[in-house]
Design a protein around this ligand. Structure first.
Ligand SMILES: Cc1ncc(COP(=O)(O)O)c(C=O)c1O
Length: 439
């Protein structure tokens, strides 16, 4: 068919009218274009969630790759099981045991990163209009998934100890009164993305009790739990409940995201459907990458490597906190004990999304807080990542950010009350989708 014949499209996309309704949430925002600029080397990017893979033992990985091809080539290059390699699934149990989880390899499903597990779980549970409860703020690309299944995303508030049980209770009651169907609670209880906070042990117990009594499944997403800087965090929520929690893990932050290997540990019945959904989506996770990770775990001091990562990220966290103390002493921020992120509160009247173009002009990038809410909150917040730039660059990035914040503050003060200043506002409704290198 001649594309000119397609009626109802638009000038830019002749297929505009053909997309499924569920793609409505897949609109790229103008912030995405800014991040293309922000990836230039002269810009200090405090925006991405990229692990510092240069800290990996390259020779050991070279050996592993060569060994897998030499000894397991025909298996590595072949389709595999839809559930994932059985040896790797046993090894995943050892990884999860570090956070108090005792499960069965039978209940582990290997996925293409935990992002893919998020997609599969949402596909299994969410019909259009169903509510997904998410702590606010929440991981931006999880919300993109929820939205793409036409979920109604609702937030329950969190503070410096994570999701607030009373806020969760109140939100559930409100939704039930409104006749809404809540399909699951999505939470990142340990070193959350973006807030960097950790749910206390007492709250873990209480939140599980609330969800159990309300019949709400908990989706526990835990990419950062092993990357602690001081004392280990409380055990995973899944360690307390093997019937009501689907747990997501990944090798992206403790090894490398390039392998795209993550997993779900699910209650038995859900696991069954998850395997079928995995097969429907990808037939089987990458055999090659699974065997490489399995060999790495069997032959390398992977716990020691995680310790190395902890040291790298601890130093960067410290550099960021010190720079914030030095350059923006009157603002407030969270103090993460692990993970990749600091959550910064701006002075009132500043809008982090509107301020971003100016920041990029000053050669520093961050992620505006609105990206982490489904309902427009977060204009006065910023997510700062300390995982990728060196401590020196982090310090320089915060110095530049302080210049932007203070400049913006002066502007607001100057025009306060005159009504003559309209700060540029970017489209608040556009869904923020980070470029693929910005997790
Ligand atoms: C909270 C959270 N969940 C899931 C993911 C996706 O990770 P993966 O690389 O395992 O797909 C990320 C990546 O940054 C994340 O921060």
């Amino acid at each position: 068919m001649n594309r000119q014949d397609l009626s109802g499209g638009n000038n830019l996309d002749p297929w505009y009218d053909s997309y499924a309704a569920r793609t409505a949430g897949l609109a790229a925002s103008e912030v995405r274009a800014l991040f293309a600029v922000a990836s230039r080397p002269e810009v200090v990017s405090l925006a991405g969630g990229m692990p510092f893979v240069s800290a990996l033992p390259k020779e050991r990985l070279d050996d592993t790759l060569a060994r897998v091809m030499r000894d397991r080539g025909p298996v590595a290059l072949q389709y595999g099981s839809g559930q994932g390699d059985p040896v790797l699934r046993e090894q995943i149990l050892e990884v999860m045991a570090l956070e108090g989880i005792h499960g069965s390899a039978d209940d582990v499903v290997v996925t293409t990163g935990s992002q893919h597990a998020l997609e599969l779980i949402t596909k299994l549970f969410v019909d259009p209009g169903d509510v997904v409860l998410a702590e606010g703020p929440s991981y931006v690309t999880a919300m993109v998934v929820f939205r793409s299944f036409q979920a109604d995303i609702r937030h329950a508030a969190m503070d410096e100890h994570g999701l607030i049980p009373d806020a969760l209770r109140a939100k559930i009651a409100e939704l039930k009164t409104a006749g809404k169907r809540i399909k699951f609670l999505y939470t990142i209880p340990t070193f959350s993305n973006p807030a960097g906070v950790t749910l206390s042990w007492e709250r873990r117990v209480e939140i599980l009790e609330i969800c159990r009594s309300e019949g709400i499944l908990v989706l526990e997403d835990n990419p950062y739990g092993l990357l602690y800087f001081d004392a280990p965090p409380p055990n995973a929520m899944r360690s307390l409940d093997d019937e009501g929690v689907v747990y997501l893990g990944t090798f992206s932050k403790t090894l490398a995201p390039g392998f795209r290997v993550g997993w779900a540990l699910a209650p038995h019945a859900i696991r069954e459907k998850l395997i079928l959904a995995n097969e429907a989506a990808i037939l089987s996770p990458s055999s090659f990458n699974q065997l490489v990770i399995s060999d790495y775990l069997a032959t390398t001091d992977w716990r020691g490597q995680i310790d190395t990562f902890r040291g790298v990220y601890r130093e960067r966290r410290d550099a960021m906190l010190q720079a914030l103390d030095d350059y923006l002493p009157d603002l407030e921020w969270t103090v993460p004990n692990g993970g990749f992120y600091v959550w910064l509160s701006l002075p009132r009247d500043l809008d982090s999304k509107a301020m971003l173009p100016r920041a990029v002009t000053e050669l520093v990038a961050y992620t505006p807080g609105t990206a982490f809410y489904a309902d427009g909150q977060g204009a006065d917040r910023i997510r700062l990542s300390f995982c990728y730039p060196t401590p020196e660059f982090i310090r320089e990035g915060i110095r530049r950010l302080a210049k932007v914040v203070n400049g913006e503050r002066d502007l607001v003060d100057t025009f306060a009350g005159t009504g003559s200043l309209e700060l540029p506002r970017l489209d608040q409704d556009a869904v923020f989708i980070p470029p693929t290198n910005l997790a």
